[in-house]
Design a binder for this molecule. Sequence first.
Ligand SMILES: Cc1ncc(COP(=O)(O)O)c(C=O)c1O
Length: 391
Amino acid sequence: MDELDIKALDRTYVANTYGRADVVFTQGRGAEVFDEQGRRYIDLGAGIAVNSFGIGDPVWAAAVTEQLGRLQHMSNLYYTEPCAKLAKLLCERTGFRKVFFGNSGAEANECAIKTARKWAFDKYGDESHSTIITLKNSFHGRTITTLAATGQDAFHTKFGPFTPGFVHASAQDAGEVRALAEKGGCCAVMLELVQGEGGVVPLTREYVDEVVKIAKEYDMLIIVDEVQTGNGRTGTLYAYEQFGFMPDIVSTAKGLGGGLPLGACLLGERVEHTLGRGDHGSTFGGNPVSCAGAISIIERIDGKLLEGVRRKGELIKKAFEGARGVKSVTGLGLMVGLLTEKPAGEVVKEAIARGVIPLTAHEKVRLVPPLTITDEQLCEAIEILKEVIGE
Ligand SMILES: Cc1ncc(COP(=O)(O)O)c(C=O)c1O
């Protein structure tokens, strides 16, 4: 089918929720992707931080196809090997006790929210401590509940009524978290350690230390949303490792499945027994094909790979710090935000026209390439992007 036909079909039949770039992608390899006319692009978006090992990663593809040939789905009424093995691998690598599998970031967060509220219900015998503190400028998903959790007013219109029980504190102001906790009725604080959709804004260690302290004082759980920061993206397996504390609950998705839908909610010691039979579930969650792929991803996120992520992150930062047209550079590992003089949307459009695919995040240009992008690919993409930003 030719390119114009694909676009026309899409515009006619796919719900109108996305502002798509004017390009049809057909295939790729690693950090390179090709459009309908065979034009090559360097991928600095990885499908929004999803294709951890790039496109068509042979190890991941072999794990997925091998599992596809055996059993594509069975239901959580039964045991399957990839689901059990992936849960063990995640627990052994992190120290978490149990894992609930869903299919997306929003679902992982729904599980985190349900777990925190159930934990408080079990403790107090009622729903008196159901409130969850989240941060302004956060993003936690697009279900009605995760929209309510998201601390951005722009997401709190049109679809109400939203799930009650969320209050929002300004990031980097621990006093606001304390003031909300003092009011009582809170069971958890939920945060992204680098606010991704909010513009790639990392929280400081001092702020996070203070929030952890307040959570202890007021007997609140800490939920860390690692949907975007997780699975090696920031230079450690999970970003919390760089902040010197152990959360009670971590939600993750995106890079975990290496390109197939998979979300996970990691449950720590305090909540490992909170969810019981029938408390939660998912038809597709823990799908054997997605889990087989994820095992091949997590097994390869080792010290060497993570060192490469940190090094390449620094390489990007250094290249753009002080560059023409760049006002500031933020981020952690291979999750970088550039505040540019040109509007971010314009930068992305122009970069795509020149064969590089960055993303936006709020007013910033966001770079989240595959973790395995080569130095050559990265340097080539940086040069093109610098030209676009500096013009
Ligand atoms: C931090 C964070 N949480 C949750 C989500 C929602 O994930 P999903 O789109 O897989 O539901 C996202 C997606 O961008 C995210 O960045």
